[in-house]
Ligand binder design. Sequence first.
Ligand code: 2P0
Length: 339
Amino acid sequence: MTATAVAHPNIALVKYWGKADASLALPATGSVSMGLDVFPTTTSVTVGGSAEDTLTLNGSVSTDGALVRVTQFLDLVRELAGSSARASVVTENTVPTGAGLASSASGFAALATAAAAAYGLDLSARDLSRLARRGSGSATRSIPGGVAVWHAGDDEGSYAEPIPAPPMAMVVVTIDAGPKAIGSREAMRRTIATSPFYPAWVTSTTETVGDMLTACAAGDFARIGELTESNALRMHATIEGAFPPIRYLNARSVAVFDAVAELRAAGLPAYATADAGPNVVVLTTPEDRAAVATALTGFGDVIESGTGPGAYLLGSEVPATQDPEAPAPGVVRPEESAE
Ligand code: 2P0
């Protein structure tokens, strides 16, 4: 059985930074995001036909930590499905991997959607979001797409769902598409263990989630924007308070924050945010996205995005052959790609 799914990244307006329970991937606070309509990840999962799980990422066979993480995730799916069959996973990721643009969000949302279908699970949107959470926290929010809240809570209660919000757009300013120096998982651990600001981050972010839900329901774009920029800077301040310190923003990132403040002063609705890397994402309105993108050309590679869809299945197919030794459609076996 093969199933193929597509998912998009999301950018948090109120950030997730820190776990309450690492084994269940429960966040310390809620978070709110906007799903993008650019940088999709397409993932096919074929169950059976191989003795071990395999992962082909952008045409290259993976044998490293990425495969370990995928296998651990598939173990959860197998447990739910009562299956011991191994799977071949083929994924095409158009997000700059590891650059702090949430490649794990679209990646695990697409994997959860495809794997659930391929293993024959019939999950509600809520349960699919809970499943994606176990792969990567931010993937929870890429299941609904759109503007979504991810609830803190226990295993049952920690899922993402869509919320009403005014029309919004984003402009992604890619300053550096290379892998970041320290992954967000390790950086979160270090922040919790050593940043004296972390308890205040948890308290203030819990409040900000409530304020953001109110602003979204009211359609108050300016309030959404100011909460977004403030919460991003609070997250970075908290991270910078770790020991040894972690600093994701560089001088060019800060220059974009300054340029966005100037755009605002000139009357454009624009608010900056940044995740675990130097790239800056600017929240704006659909009417103003082109003007914002034009103004920021020169700071980096500039890409406009509207509000994107939730994760979806492209369709399921039963492989033409039932021969367990035959390669599944579209799957590159390790021996075939060795050249
Ligand atoms: C977010 N980030 O809310 C925050 C803001 C990065 C900065 O979620 O350990 O890759 O897999 O749960 O989801 C990145 O963290 O971490 C992230 P895990 P994830 O988008």
